[in-house]
Ligand binder design. Structure first.
Ligand SMILES: C[S@@+](CC[C@H](N)C(=O)[O-])C[C@H]1O[C@@H](n2cnc3c(N)ncnc32)[C@H](O)[C@@H]1O
Length: 157
């Protein structure tokens, strides 16, 4: 199984890039993992919120292949502790043979078509984060999960 974090728009702020790269590098040791970036949509000012969500949704769906398991990162999804998330990832390694994709929405979230296609929704908190923050929080939680599964002293209960 390969884990993909699918996101829209590149990360501009250097401090996020540095931190995300650090966890991405650490993850190489544990599991095939990749961050796939969908280029930002141009001329968003001429689009309504719904139109932007739909266009972003089309791009997200173009990146989904048959056999992929699609999980939307969403503030209205299922909530886990870090220990539970580690178990969740472990179970997925047994049930998902191809790609486990975690998708991050654009500034207005996901289109209806993306919600329809998704296998499930996962929340990182009941609070809403910026899409840049979500990338960093997700890679740190995935790294934390891998250290839990490998009995390494990173996570402390
Ligand atoms: C700025 S938020 C969009 C908020 C938008 N109002 C919505 O309804 O989704 C951008 C993206 O970050 C992700 N996100 C933000 N907060 C999150 C959270 N607490 N848990 C999981 N994903 C989150 C989601 O993928 C969301 O689509």
């Amino acid at each position: 199984m390969k884990i993909i974090l699918l996101a829209i728009g590149k990360t501009d702020a250097g401090y996020f890039v540095e931190a995300i790269n650090e966890y991405q590098k650490r993850l190489e040791h544990y599991i095939p993992f990749e961050i796939q970036i969908i280029p930002d949509i141009k001329n968003t000012k001429s689009l309504t919120m719904e139109q932007q969500k739909e266009k972003e949704g089309e791009l997200i769906l173009k990146n989904i292949q048959p056999g992929d398991y699609l999980v939307l990162l969403d503030d209205k999804g299922k909530e886990y502790t870090s220990m539970q998330f580690a178990t969740y990832i472990e179970k997925k390694t047994h049930t998902v043979s191809k790609r486990l994709i975690f998708a991050i929405g654009g500034p207005y979230g996901f289109s209806e078509a993306v919600y329809q296609k998704a296998n499930e929704k996962l929340t990182l908190s009941r609070m809403t984060f910026s899409h840049q923050m979500v990338r960093l929080i997700f890679v740190e939680q995935l790294y934390r999960a891998m250290t839990i599964l490998n009995n390494e002293p990173y996570h402390h209960e």
